[in-house]
Design a binder for this molecule. Sequence first.
Ligand code: NAP
Length: 285
Amino acid sequence: MYQLIDGKELSKRIKEELKIEADKLKEKGIIPKLAVILVGDDSASKVYVRNKSKACNEVGVEFEEILLNSNTSMEKLLSIIDELNNRKDINGILLQSPIPKGLNIQEAFERIKWEKDVDGFNPINVGRLMIGQDTFISCTPYGIIKMLEACDIEIQGKNAVIIGRSNIVGKPLMQCLLNKNATVTICHSKTKNIKEITRTADILISAVGKINIVTADMVKDGAVVIDVGMNKNDKGKLVGDVDFEKVKEKASYITPVPGGVGPMTIAMLMNNVIKATKLQNNIIN
Ligand code: NAP
């Protein structure tokens, strides 16, 4: 019998705890603030930014949205990041991806000061994660680790298999799991015999972005299955990568889509904004 990992409920609890932290900062006269840069008019990005703004409101983090049109030059984008880097009232900066073709997102991520990089995409934060130092961990991998821990799922010594090697999910998640002493395998589009590998997983995470890429025959009995994928099906409904109805019968724990990894990603963004605010104000703990 599987257990559902309720990311929505857990994220609510985390945001309530963060609100207490934000209130304590306010008593000291410090108001945490997140700036989000949105370039172009990608409709999914607008929804994500709205959700982030809503979470800021719940936690007591101020929110500033910088809307740039799709013709914005790289020079202009970098100058806006510089401005935000230098503003004392801004504690966290997030550049919503994707950005229009022709702009270099990696260069933009690198321009965000590591102390304000609440998405954890600056190479300094990526590098710190790699050598096991305290850092801003990118929000989706961090949220997945928090979910596993909240369910008392042991990571140490387990075989973890990740499908997907993106810089924002697969690779940092690989490092997070390794730092927690899992044995990690990462699969991608060029991996051969993927089923043989996924069947060894005690913890199986899919971050591909393809409906039903994870089928029941790929899953070991009793595995923990985490679905990062966010896809629209032919009815326009949000679904994950995992064939949920069949896979749940084999899993010990499984995340739903929606209501799994997505809300946790936003909760960890809020966590990182509070962390950045404390860091910039020399507040320990
Ligand atoms: P991405 O950059 O497109 O990466 C997808 C990965 O999947 C790549 O590594 C790719 O391999 C691999 N892949 C593609 N087809 C495959 C196949 N047939 N077999 C095995 N691997 C395959 O995507 P992403 O940004 O990591 O996002 C992945 C999914 O997670 C998307 O649905 C996205 O919307 C979702 N997401 C959700 C959250 C959340 O908060 N819930 C956050 C971020 C992303 P190659 O490297 O070889 O191309």
